[in-house]
Write a protein that binds this ligand. Structure first.
Ligand SMILES: N[C@@H](CCC(=O)N[C@@H](CS)C(=O)NCC(=O)O)C(=O)O
Length: 362
């Protein structure tokens, strides 16, 4: 086989992000489902833990994590470039990735596991028992799926928070629909990195899962149309909004996202700092460092303090901290407009990096 291999699945959050990007970039790739055999011989053997998506290059190298998959191609240069070239749009790109990867997990988990549970077991079964009868696939899928289901309360979705998750998601659909009336993609008339990130939650869980997709098509047909375009790799031509401006219609989305997420990120940093006190230099970082309070759509609960979220935050902070004074002034004005000035004082020290396909102290 020539070209790249993407080990991924149509049901997986982050596989959609990678697939949308690869199609848009025009990469020759084949997607292979994570059957038990593939999990063992490719993913466990080379990555060391069970995760998708994983990219295998024609040279036989393995790349894991969607940001690293995208960077693998972007570092080579070549048009079209996924990242906006100017600083404020770049910072907003990473803020939108932080939201898509690490906060829209709330509706994704809620809708999949509280509205599509039996349906998704059948879908998981197609990978777990590809040659089984529908009943055998359901049983095999249930075994795999129950592991994911068991993470849901830790990810903040409980009977107490579920109404808030729905309220916040409905508001997002309304705000994003208003944006899509003005512009076909997040930052202009062409697709870019932020759109691929948004496809993570919006494709597999919110569009493809049966009930969620019906709900999206009914409540927010413009969002459903957007998901279809981005997952198909469209939007290769067109432009970013001129003058490094941020479309006004993104402000309500950023305001809601950052308003809920910044307190959680700040509490996660406190827990990370406590953990760092006794950690060895360059240590592997645990995926969670305890539980912290949060609220979404006006409903409060507890959520895992996920260290990976800090890696995504670090990208946005790096862009902010390296801005020239005139750009920083524009960034400050935008952050003030969305009540998110708290972002500026967040610090991740020591820095985070990825080593051996895991999160580690830099
Ligand atoms: N941050 C990673 C996350 C990959 C990820 O969380 N993949 C999910 C499926 S969409 C998974 O395999 N999770 C297994 C686990 O977290 O143990 C990325 O961007 O690629």
């Amino acid at each position: 086989m020539t070209g790249y291999v993407l080990y991924g699945s149509d049901m997986s959050y982050f596989s959609g992000k990678a697939r949308a990007y690869l199609r848009w970039k025009g990469i020759d790739f084949t997607e292979i489902a994570p059957t038990p055999e593939v999990m063992k011989s490719e993913i466990m053997a080379n990555i060391g833990w069970p995760v998708i998506p994983v990219l295998k290059t024609p040279e036989g190298e393995y790349v894991q994590d969607t940001a690293d998959i995208i960077a693998h191609f972007e570092q080579k240069g070549g048009a079209p470039s996924a990242l906006p070239p100017l600083p404020l749009q770049l910072m907003v790109t990473f803020l939108l990735q932080l939201y898509a990867d690490e906060w829209l997990t709330l509706p994704a988990m809620h809708y999949r596991w509280n509205h599509n549970e039996d349906w998704i077991y059948g879908e998981f079964g197609k990978n777990a028992a590809p040659n089984g009868t529908p009943e055998e696939q359901y049983e095999a899928g249930k075994k795999v799926g129950q592991r994911f289901r068991s993470f849901v309360p830790m990810l903040g979705v409980t009977p107490e928070t579920a109404p808030g998750v729905e309220k916040a998601y409905e508001q997002f659909l309304a705000d994003f629909s208003a944006h899509l009336k003005k512009l076909p993609y997040l930052l202009g008339t062409r697709a870019s990195y932020a759109d691929f990130a948004m496809i993570g939650p919006l494709y597999a869980h919110q569009y493809r899962d049966k009930f969620s997709g019906e709900h999206m098509k009914e409540k927010a047909p413009l969002v459903a149309d957007y998901v279809e375009r981005v997952i198909a790799g469209k939007g290769q031509t067109g432009a970013f909004v001129a003058n490094d401006d941020i479309p006004k219609t993104l402000l309500p989305i950023l305001k809601a996202a950052l308003g809920e997420h910044i307190p959680v990120l700040s509490a996660t940093i406190d827990k990370y700092n406590e953990w760092v006190e006794t950690a060895e230099p360059r240590a592997e970082v645990p995926r969670g460092v305890g539980m912290v309070p949060f609220a979404t759509g006006g409903h409060a609960g507890m959520i895992s303090a996920r260290t990976f979220s800090l890696l995504r935050l670090q990208d946005a902070l790096d862009v902010y901290q390296m801005m020239m004074p005139s750009d920083r002034k524009r960034a400050d004005a935008m952050l003030a407009a969305v009540d998110a000035s708290g972002f500026k004082s967040l610090r991740i020290d020591p820095r985070l990096t990825r080593r051996n396909y895991k999160l580690a102290l830099a």
